[in-house]
Design a protein around this ligand. Sequence first.
Ligand code: SF4
Ligand code: SF4
Ligand code: FES
Length: 238
Amino acid sequence: MAKTYSITLKIHRYNPEEDRSWIQDYHMEAGRILRFVDLFHKINDEQDSTLAWNSSCEHGQCGTCSVIVNGKPLLACELLVENAVHRFRTTTFIIEPLDVAPVIRDLMVDMEKAYEKVNQVKPYIIEPAPLPVERDVYPITPNELELYVNATRCINCFCCASACISSHKSFLGPNAMLAAIVRVMDPREQEKEERFKVLYSDQGVYRCHSTQACTFVCPKEIDVAHFIALAKEGAIKL
Ligand code: SF4
Ligand code: SF4
Ligand code: FES
């Protein structure tokens, strides 16, 4: 088993000052358990301090390091060199920024713009439901709880939105739909109608073509397409 791989990263660059785009090649020897965020650090430290990219937790929890590698949206902090070589059967990787919002610089996109679609569904409790009399917990069955907890694992990495063929048009996108569905399922939320309005609006779930690309790319292994299918059937409620 190789201890290192000779790899090439072909990174899409963008310089906003010059409004110039190009693809830059970086060649390196990379340890097999280095992650792609480690490769970006390595480039900054050893080859090119001007390469701009995003990360925060570097532990698969914040969703800020998403990029497209050889056509697949994924978290750069979760992709190991060795896994990438096996998955894509190559040592050359084309790395692009997500296409869910305008690029600010290199691999960084305007996340405020990307979040506009999520914010439209108001992904927070609008009107808290009162606790049931003589109980200090909200009622929820084990099955409903399992579904709810599964949906709340979304970290808004926007990989699903990038993979979705409908997201680039008037569809709010899979993660925005999931955020609305979460609040419909949330027993602490009294205001459901507002979510139904957005779910069944002309930017809502009926824009989905059920391709399941969202489910395929989700790094948290959420079956996003299944949640959207349930919403289409009117089967999301509490
Ligand atoms: S299943 Fe629907 S939401 Fe998911 S990627 Fe396909 S079209 Fe988009
Ligand atoms: S549903 Fe999955 S892929 Fe989509 S934003 Fe949430 S964590 Fe990312
Ligand atoms: S840096 Fe937080 S998920 Fe990758």
